[in-house]
Design a binder for this molecule. Structure first.
Ligand code: HEM
Length: 680
């Protein structure tokens, strides 16, 4: 049999197929992971003689499954990102490559769920140091996933991955695909709670940093992998998809690096560990691989992306991106080895030696409150909130710059308002206020007041949606970011959410439902619960003030008088809540605050009453600001109305067309007078 003639080079490249790209990535990740584990302290080893041992099979299978789960999860996020946002389309219904890649996500999601379910069994075998057959007892497995944090987080991840798989199979619209992508991102998070972050001395910083890390890298690596797969099958939409992905790639790369360094920082005792410990050396390897990926990314921006835009049929981008995906897969392999290598700084001290605060809120009890401690002395580098604040500031200022660049004007007052709103958010979530907000009700209530009653006023008056619509380009007949925003603002869900009753109800629920029900202690003692509570305070405040004094386009707002009345009623009900808290004799979340064993402000009720007074007093501040803003808007609206009718008058008088309102009204009065009736 004669050897086939060498196919022309283009032909060979054209043979790049999704299968080899995916299997190649998996193989690279697994090999690199195994090598890193083998070469470092994380190497699986049999237990000392006489000690229970789950066996090397379990020890090696665990990182293999974690690698598969990480890669499948990242790919699922990427495919849904491509189906929901990156691949251009003229309408919101999923068709062509969008439909194909959204549907493909069901397979990666099923692989993901399957890998995590097997990981549950192996983790139990590892925890109990019992070979797998010994843990295949349904009751044992059930109590593991019900009572043990790592078991619970893996089960939650597996269930969420399954739901994502079903959603990827069922959704019919781009919005559906985009929402499934969000769900897939959420499904990546549970294990971050129980990895090394769970045992690090500063649990909350470690968990948030790893969460930002995993979210950013899955958008970055997953998005790029999806573009490579798209490029191997259908290159027509590739140029637009790559153009949409580019800015996201830059921002997520920065977020991956920053959160990775923060994650490493809380686990290393110093720079020396980078060379002297195998954990540190793996971190260095990751930094190196990130530099390689960034260099390829830079070359993309310089070479392959412009060439792709010029000639979408060119394969250069796909080929280089495929190499980049392989390097990313290798980095995931290093990361899994890293997560199985004992870090130099491990809080893995017996729980008995942890302080109650460390066990409950994840970091040591801060010292007595002082003004310095309240602002910078006890600041917290919470990566999640840091990312949110930086993104808010960066995107807004980039928008203002682009308006000015295109010759437009953007009122400086709005920019100042946005910066002030973001600064207040940063003080509440990153300074000592965030730390003491965990242990003192009075500081928590201050945080709540600023997050839901003060900061949103400035964010809303900054008109962020107007700025976005002023800067986002119209996507020439396709549905792009600008169209998504317009559809979102005009959507039924926004109409329902911004109905004055809904907005006021949610705003007040933030007080009555949280503090007068058992929800509060649960939210206070759970890391994600605490983040969700603060985010909720901010969002309900933004929605409420958007209805009251928003200047952005949106669903019809109630007339000014009605808004005045709503504002007065809501503020009265807020003050009533504060009075209830001031007069109550029972301590809210008493068990939680007692269990912290705080060595100062021992009188919990007194601290609660201080919090209630702050709540009561601070209600007036927004009231005054909002009433002032509403009054100014009312006057301006009236002046605008008067100017419009004057202009219409003048126009009518000048052209003799249209209606002369004054003349019409006099004619109406004359008619009535003729019939002897009084004007309506
Ligand atoms: C500056 C570069 C980076 C640093 C310093 C860094 C550092 C870290 C650290 C300290 C962890 C926590 C490991 C543990 O649980 O102890 C981590 C987790 C992780 N990193 Fe990175 N990283 C970097 C870049 C990347 C890149 C570029 C990727 C992917 C392309 C990546 C993928 C991951 C993954 C998937 C995990 C979670 C592993 C698991 O628990 O399953 N990292 N990283």
């Amino acid at each position: 049999m004669t050897a086939p003639a060498a196919a022309p080079r283009a032909q060979l490249i054209r043979e790049l197929r999704p299968g080899p790209v995916l299997l190649g990535s998996l193989a690279v990740a697994l090999v690199v992971m195994a090598l890193c584990l083998w070469a470092g302290d994380g190497r699986p080893a049999p237990a000392a003689p006489g000690l229970p041992d789950e066996g090397l099979g379990t020890e090696w299978a665990l990182p293999v499954l974690r690698t598969l789960a990480d890669l499948a999860g990242i790919l699922t996020v990427g495919l849904l990102l491509a189906g929901g946002l990156l691949v251009p389309a003229r309408e919101g219904v999923l068709r062509g490559p969008r439909l194909r890649w959204t549907r493909a996500a069901r397979w990666s999601a099923l692989v993901w769920a399957g890998a995590v379910l097997v990981e549950v069994v192996l983790t139990l075998s590892n925890v109990l140091a019992t070979p797998v057959p010994g843990v295949l007892d349904p009751a044992l497995l059930w109590s593991f996933v019900r009572d043990i944090e790592i078991g619970r987080s893996l089960l939650v991840q597996a269930v969420l991955a399954l739901v994502v798989g079903v959603a990827a199979y069922a959704v019919r619209t781009t919005t559906g695909a985009a929402l499934s992508c969000l769900l897939a991102l959420a499904a990546l998070l549970p294990p971050t709670l129980s990895s090394h972050s769970g045992t690090s001395p500063d649990h909350t910083v470690a968990v948030s940093a790893l969460a930002v890390h995993v979210l950013a890298l899955s958008l970055w690596c997953g998005g790029l992998a999806a573009l490579v797969l798209l490029g191997t099958t259908d290159r027509r939409p590739l140029a637009v998809a790559v153009a949409r992905f580019s800015p996201l790639a830059v921002w997520t790369a920065v977020a991956v690096a920053a959160s990775g360094i923060l994650s490493a920082w809380v686990r290393l005792s110093g720079a020396g560990d980078l060379l002297t410990t195998s954990y540190g050396r793996l971190v260095l390897l990751k930094v190196l691989l990130l530099a390689v990926i960034a260099a390829i990314g830079w070359w993309h921006r310089r070479e392959t992306v412009p060439k792709l835009a010029a000639d979408p049929s060119r394969l250069l981008f796909v080929r280089v991106a495929a190499v980049e995906v392989l390097v990313m897969a290798a980095t995931v392999g290093v990361a899994v080895a890293l997560s199985r290598t004992p870090p130099p700084v491990s809080g893995a001290v017996p729980v008995s030696s942890l302080t109650p605060a460390q066990v409950i809120i994840g970091f040591p009890m801060p010292p007595e409150v002082t003004l310095a401690n309240l602002f910078w002395g006890q600041a917290r580098a919470d990566a999640l909130w840091l990312l949110v604040c930086l993104a808010m500031l960066g995107l807004y200022l980039a928008g203002v710059r682009s308006v000015h660049r295109s010759g437009g004007r953007w009122p400086w007052g709005r920019t100042a308002s946005w910066v002030l709103g973001t600064a207040l958010l940063a003080i509440c979530t990153l300074s000592g206020v965030a730390t003491y907000g965990h242990v003192l009700f009075s500081v928590h209530m201050t945080q709540h007041m600023v997050l839901s009653m003060v900061a949103p006023i400035f964010l809303v008056l900054a008109a962020p949606i107007t700025l976005a619509l002023d800067t986002l380009p119209r996507d020439s007949g396709r549905v792009g970011p600008r169209e998504w925003l317009e559809r979102f603002v005009a959507s039924r869900s926004v109409r329902v959410l911004t109905h004055p009753l809904t907005a006021s109800g949610l705003f007040l629920a933030g007080f009555y439902l949280i503090y007068l029900t058992p929800v509060f202690p649960w939210l206070m003692s759970s890391h994600w619960g605490h983040i969700a509570m603060n985010a909720g305070f901010l969002l309900v405040g933004v929605v409420f003030y958007w209805v009251m004094i928003g200047i952005d386009p949106g669903p019809r707002r109630p007339p000014f008088m009605a808004r005045f009345v709503i504002m007065v009623i809501v503020m009265a009900l807020h003050s009533f809540f504060a009075v209830v808290m001031m007069s109550t004799t029972s301590v809210v979340a008493e068990a939680f605050y007692r269990s912290l064993q705080r060595p100062y402000a021992l009188d919990l009720l007194a601290d609660q009453h201080v919090g209630a007074m702050i709540g009561w007093g601070s209600g007036d501040i927004p009231m005054i600001i909002v009433m002032g803003a509403m009054f100014v808007q009312w006057v301006r609206a009236d002046e605008g109305e008067a100017r419009r009718s004057d202009r219409a008058q003048e126009e009518a008088a000048r052209t003799g067309e249209g209606t002369d309102e004054l003349a019409d009204y006099n004619a109406y009065l004359a008619q009535l007078a003729k019939r002897g009736r009084r004007p309506q």
